[in-house]
Write a protein of this length. Sequence first.
Length: 520
Amino acid sequence: MVGAGPVGLALALALARHDVPSVLLESGDGEIVARPARTCVLRPDTAALAQRLAGAAELPGTHWRVWRTIRRRQCVHQEDFAPGSAPFHLHQHTLTGALVAAVRRSELVDFVPGRRLTELEQHAHGVRARTAGGLGVTWSGSYLVGCDGARSTVRKLLGVRFPGRTSVERRAVAALRTPLPWPDEALVHREPPGGEEVCARSLPGGVWRLDWQLPPRGDLITPQDLLGRVDATLAAWSDGAEPAYELLDTGVHTAHQRLARHWRSGRVFLAGDAARLLGALGTQSVDEGLRDVDNLAWKLAVAWHGTGAGAVSGESSEDTALELLLDSYEEERRGASVARLRALDQAVPLVHGGSGLRALLPGGRGPLTLLTDGHVGRGALGAPAGYADSPLTSAPLPGLGAGEAVGEVAADVPVTPPGGERQPLRQRLGRGLLVVLVAPGSAVWESRHWMNAGVMPALAAAVRGLPLRAELLVAEAYPGADPHTVLLVRPDGHLAAALPGVDPGGLHTCAAALSGATVP
């Protein structure tokens, strides 16, 4: 990997969970600079991914209890989050620091700071990269992933174009410690008394990040301008009383919309901001980058371990199957970004004062609803992408309720491995396929007795014979699934198939599709 931001660090750790060694090259010195005004919001599934990869203690951040939309002095919308469904807000340097610490603990990641990529060469069996810094060094590997941000050197060396729009949205940002009346909450305030539209998002320790909407192009924002915005906003929220606060950090953030033409070139891939830029209307670039990581890591692991299913009924070679599997990264993740950027193109003019576009948006969603969608992770602007049209996803079977969700992120239901303890499904992700049997009433039996009961012997034998590493789990229930439904969940948490009962041949075929093999 090239680039030791959150995406590069996460990818190295995700590969390590699949027992794949990697080298992580970073042009900087590897030191983490604390910038309280730089934060990220993670959706529940990506927050769980970050926690799995960081390991050790709980990541310090805030799970919002409520999202409010206020107009003038009135709350016009409130979203209350159930446990496990809340967005998670944390400082970006906190996330980066936790991932760096995990990388330094890992025996499978070689973290090399102070190495700037200068040359890149591919050959039939791998990649060679040359770096500057100290003495020039040549590095060799099977694959290379550019996680080196918006000005990606990897993308430039590949000659991949990065078209799009510049300065779509601009915000003045401040991080401060102050006692606002909405602990563990977040809000957007449109047309506040005596001020400008502002978004306030809570962080641990009484810290808040405030964002003020600015014209996409305009004068530079001086420190005095920012202090004036802070004072006016806090005065409006305290009915004119003199605000008391500790200013921690300030800045100006500009959101661009760009998309790399290709995310894969032979043995080289792009991920995170090297592949796409977004960030308007509350969309989150770090969250999207972690989804790239989750999607790509298990596919590179299949290629590394050489466990592709190869031919099915003699229809394709193992090499071709692996190529199809690796190609699916660009098809799935770039396709998701195209949809996200298209939704932003339609929504930005409407939210920021345009008109006449309501008919273009699903359900005629209005500006306030769209703002909520982006910030809380809902709808076309914020919800996790589904891969229903991916070549790796098996077609839903008619009459099977769970088939409606094939391709989407799997529900985080409680699951139990035979002989083990119950825990959320997300905690089992990231190492192999999950085969989940929906068995109502199973909780009344001790899990150590399951392997000799009912359909379990046949299902366990089928799981052992799958072409990819897999784990058998049991769930009391799954949304929309009938009893004895068998679900196949990818390592990145997306539901790949739903089968009406134990069908070893069908299960094998669906698992083979996840290795890129052509299947009936």
